[in-house]
Design a protein around this ligand. Structure first.
Ligand code: FAD
Ligand code: SIN
Length: 526
């Protein structure tokens, strides 16, 4: 079955839904999302969204902090544009009904601004410790009342439809997307002259991650298959503090906890961060994650601990209610004992090369949010800059898309061809390969890398990719198989970029080239 829209948006996180809202007065919008509408990285964001809103802060300081964290690879014009657009986008989110936490000081009511690693000022707007959930529900509610927007839940974008693939005349461009309806197992043809990747990141490529299951790098893999440049995939951000508990899956302990004064201690109860960096617990994330990794290895421990008991019971319960309750569920009372934590894969700083308005090298294709690589984050993202980037990009993309006017796809586009594909009979192959990729990425392509380990990963991934491709062509597609196919592409891109960069910078640390090298002050583009 084939359907046409003015705009197709893949993904229903902050990037996708913000853009859908902005386009809804200008045409018919389809939002495709592979699970339920709220299921996204956005929904789990805790710390908040960085923006200059206080008298003591300035754009200049926010720009400087972003550039310092980015370790020489940020694009300064992009940083300035996104930072200075922040307050207006915050006002827009508030206009949708989002309520950021407030506090009263000297009789004046204002935002309760949080602090996180690498920020020289308090500038993080938050809704207690569930900022993402509040943003996602405000956007979902706003979108639900727009008659021009249809959300297709449990619909999985497989691949972009390219004019060059079907021999259509004119310049090479995107024409639409093949979409798997997970309920029926049928693949539909969705047509549009504007297709937006807002598919988020790829944390699931690692065994341990703060990301939910949707984060399998589908957008990067689709863009790569379509020949669109991908950059800086070696810069995977590991969050220093993910809850360490045998039954907990991917639960983050927000950086805001350290921002409010929590101490990182080892199993002997000693604070250790100052041994690694004079900024201590609030050094940029790459430094804190590496320090924890080193401390765990040095002592032969399984985790370190976050101790915030000195903040007092009321403060902990009031400021971090979700973290407090979740820890309690696992038998850890944060008011009474330190929280066990380990680093875990968290954020993809690289992605599809594009402008701040999301435009890519492929006509009609846009990329927004975590899937995109604009140059804001450079070699290491400053905490809480990603929600900001996503909402600013959505606004800029809307302006460009509306300005360009929508076209109709008039050439005939073939339906999905299942060929001789049969029902998969050995799903164990899929689950086994999933496990293997995630473990080998964790073991060989983690926080500390070496050329030898990267080469080992590359050779194993080449074999896995071949096996998965055979499976893909031989069997009817399922969401699990499609994710696996994307995961192996993204894993290969990370390894390839990491092998290209022969230096250590920001989030990419290799023991073979432990220092930054000015010759490498440029993006890694594949
Ligand atoms: P997402 O919100 O991840 O949305 C992606 C969407 O695409 C989902 O709806 C998904 O289902 C859909 N999708 C993916 N592939 C397909 C496909 N093939 N077909 C159809 N649909 C698809 N950042 C901050 O700035 N501040 C924070 O405090 C913060 N805290 C975080 C805490 C956690 C635990 C995590 C995981 C991340 C956090 N981040 C934070 C990062 C931030 O949440 C994300 O970078 C941001 O939300 C990404 O938004 P997005 O719209 O680009 O993607
Ligand atoms: C956190 O709350 O620590 C996450 C913030 C971020 O990833 O920007």
């Amino acid at each position: 079955m084939s359907q046409s829209f003015d705009y197709i948006i893949l993904g229903s996180g902050i990037a996708g839904l913000s853009l859908a809202l902005e386009l809804s007065d200008h045409g018919i919008v389809a939002v495709i999302t592979k699970k339920s509408r709220a299921e996204s990285n956005t929904n789990y964001a805790q710390g908040g969204i960085a923006s200059v809103t206080s008298q003591e802060d300035s754009f200049e300081l926010h720009v400087r902090d972003t550039l310092v964290a980015g370790a020489g690879l940020c694009k300064e014009d992009v940083v300035r544009k996104i930072v200075s657009a922040g307050p207006e986008r915050i006002a827009w989110l508030v206009s949708l009904g989002l309520k950021f936490s407030e506090r009263e000081e000297n009789g004046i009511r204002g935002y309760d601004l949080g602090k996180e690693g690498g920020h020289s000022k308090r500038r993080i707007l938050h809704a207690k410790d569930v900022t993402g959930r509040e943003i996602e529900s405000a956007l979902v509610e706003a979108v639900s009342s727009q008659k021009n927007i249809t959300i297709f839940e449990n619909h999985f974008a497989i691949d972009l439809i390219l004019s060059s693939k079907i021999g259509a005349p004119g310049p090479r461009r995107v024409l639409g997307v093949y979409i798997l309806d997970r309920a029926s197992g049928e693949v539909h043809t969705f047509l549009s002259a504007v297709v937006v990747l807002a598919t988020g990141g790829c944390g699931k490529v690692y065994l341990y991650t703060t990301n939910p299951d949707i984060a399998t790098g589908d957008g990067v893999a689709m863009a790569h298959r379509a020949g669109v440049p991908i950059a800086n995939m070696e810069f995977i951000q590991f969050h220093p503090t993910c809850l360490y508990h045998k039954d907990a899956k991917s639960f983050l302990i927000s950086e805001a906890v350290r921002g409010e004064g929590a101490h990182l201690v080892n199993s002997a109860g000693e604070r250790f961060m100052k041994n690694y960096d004079e900024r201590g617990e609030l050094a940029p994330r790459d430094i804190v994650a590496r320090a924890i990794d080193a401390e765990i290895k040095r002592r032969g421990d399984k985790c370190v601990f976050l101790d915030l008991r000195h903040k007092g019971d009321d403060f902990i319960r009031e400021r971090f209610p979700n973290i407090y309750r979740t820890c309690l569920k696992y038998g850890i009372d944060a008011t009474d004992e330190p929280i066990p934590v380990v680093p875990a894969a968290h954020y993809q700083c690289g992605g599809v090369v594009c402008g701040v308005d999301g435009s890519t090298s492929l006509k009609g294709l846009y990329a927004l949010g975590e899937v995109a690589c604009t140059g804001l984050h450079g070699a290491n993202r400053l905490a809480s800059n990603s929600l900001l980037e996503a909402v600013v990009m959505a606004h800029e993309a809307a302006k460009t898309i509306i300005h360009n006017k929508s076209e109709k796809i008039s050439c005939p586009v073939p339906e999905w061809q299942p060929g001789n594909a049969v029902e998969p009979d050995e799903l164990v192959v899929v689950s086994h390969n999933w496990e293997e990729i995630r473990r080998l990425m964790w073991d060989y392509v983690g926080i500390v890398r070496t050329t030898k380990r990267l080469q080992r990963a590359q050779s194993r991934l080449t074999n896995l990719a071949r096996e998965i491709e055979e499976f893909y062509w031989g069997y009817k597609v399922t969401a699990d198989l499609l994710e696996l196919r994307n995961l192996v592409v993204v894993a290969q891109l990370i390894v390839r970029c990491a092998l290209i960069r022969k230096e250590s910078r920001g989030l990419h640390y290799t023991m073979d080239f432990p220092e930054p090298d000015p010759a490498w002050l440029h993006d890694t583009i594949v």
